[in-house]
Ligand binder design. Structure first.
Ligand code: PLP
Length: 424
């Protein structure tokens, strides 16, 4: 792809963009002077679709006018509300509807999945995670190891980049699983790494892990709605994710979970139980023995928080309308454009930590300024003050993600120009 440095080029790209009108479906935050912010922070919190308010209001109205009957008698009865997510979620993560469910939040789902898919033994006590895993994943994994009476110091196996490199090499992950596999109970890695934006090769990792007799699962927080995912075909045992980043379902939105079809009717699998995971036909008869539902639904515990879940329906309708192939095609161009502007204009001042290979990343670019962390933070704060929204991750990383649903080529041009000004 070749790009020009002129602003007029960005404007021309936006005019030619078949997805450009989607931006009008979102609420774009504004600066004090009323102009729209340049929001490149969808990797943290996606913007609000305008239709969200109506979906939430509908359930407030159902509650007001029908109260308990809302479970059974409304346009979208609460009793089966969660079932509406499955077809769209299945499309986004490359799964069958039976394999996915929306419930809880990400870390809670990770615990539920590890309760089933981390069953350590003296011979096989380890969990393989990534050295720079998101703190919550790390805490969850360490606490699960302790829960089973093992020590994270010896049972948490970590894979990181080679010295002097930023990304983890797939060949290093595969070699480690080959070497240590007989001691690894569970492999748990990200789809897209939160800090450097690296996309992992889920298929190669899942294959290798399963060949070594390990369970394997992925944290797709930064991958869902960002990059193509083929969970079923890659053979992962489980996956978890959130919907508040690229899925635009709001702060603290309900999370998601995948359990592979081959486990769908294995009712002997140990799991943490609750009535919402119990057979629908006899749920209200409340028998003493839990009979789990087939598929991912069988890992539900509680009934769905409807008001919190309603925004996800609004968001998924947008993804269904556009489809991931079109979004990914625009995303590849937007991120390549950002990369080319930064390389052409600011290469002396910053390093791009995210892989250059488009297949090995999603929307996000992670930048390290060639300054002390405190000087770099000042540059970031100057950007923020000007209404350019990315985020800062300790110790010294600026993350910026042009999101194809609502960002423009002009946003990218403006951001690169503002970063240049802040550096000067
Ligand atoms: C990679 C990753 N894992 C876990 C979490 C924590 O998610 P939650 O607070 O929904 O459990 C986040 C949140 O941003 C994340 O990015």
């Amino acid at each position: 792809m070749t790009f020009s440095l002129e602003r007029s080029f960005a404007e021309q790209q936006d005019r030619a963009d078949p997805l450009a009108k989607l931006r009008n479906e979102f609420r774009i935050p504004r600066r004090a002077d009323g102009s729209e912010q340049v929001y490149l922070c969808g990797h943290s919190l996606g913007l609000q679709p305008k239709t969200v308010a109506a979906f939430v209001q509908e359930e407030l109205d159902n509650w007001a006018h029908r109260a308990v009957e809302g479970h059974f008698e409304s346009q979208r009865p609460w009793l089966t509300y969660h079932e509406r997510f499955a077809p769209s979620l299945a499309r986004l993560v490359g799964a069958q509807p039976l394999e996915v469910v929306a419930m809880n939040t990400l870390t809670v789902n990770l615990h539920l999945m590890l309760a089933t898919f981390y069953r350590p033994t003296r011979e096989r006590p380890k969990i393989l995670i990534e050295k720079h895993a998101f703190s919550s994943d790390r805490y969850a994994v360490a606490s699960q190891i302790r829960l089973h009476g093992f020590d994270p110091a010896s049972s948490m196996l970590e894979i990181g980049p080679r010295p002097g490199e930023e990304a983890v090499r797939t060949q290093d992950v595969l070699a480690l699983i080959e070497r240590e596999g007989a001691r690894i109970a569970t492999v748990m890695l990200p789809g897209v790494q939160f800090l450097n934006g690296q996309r992992f090769d889920l298929r190669a990792i899942a294959q290798q892990a399963r060949a070594a007799g390990c369970r394997v699962g992925f944290d797709l927080a930064h991958a869902i709605g960002n990059v193509p995912i083929e969970l079923h075909d890659c053979g992962a045992d489980f996956a978890v994710w959130c919907h508040y980043k690229y899925l635009n379902a709001g702060p603290g939105a309900i999370g998601g979970c995948f359990v592979h079809e081959r486990h769908a009717r294995d009712f002997d699998l140990v799991r943490l139980g609750g009535w919402w995971g119990h057979d629908k036909a006899s749920r209200f008869q409340m028998p003493h023995e839990m009979q789990p539902l087939p598929g991912a639904e069988g890992w539900q515990i509680s009934n769905l928080p409807i008001l919190a879940a309603a925004p996800l329906l609004a968001s998924l309708a947008q993804f269904d309308n556009v489809g991931m192939p079109a979004l990914r095609a625009k995303s590849l161009r937007l991120t390549a454009y950002l990369e080319s502007l930064l390389r052409a204009q600011l290469a002396d001042s910053l390093t791009i930590l995210t892989p250059t290979d488009p297949d090995a990343r999603g929307c996000q670019l992670s930048l390290r300024l060639k300054r002390s962390p405190s000087e770099a933070l000042k540059v970031f704060e100057a950007l923020e003050a000007g209404g350019f929204v990315g985020d800062w991750r300790e110790p010294d990383v600026i993350r910026a993600a042009p999101v194809p649903l609502y960002n423009t080529f002009a946003d990218v041009w403006e951001f690169a120009a503002a970063l240049g000004r802040a550096l000067r």
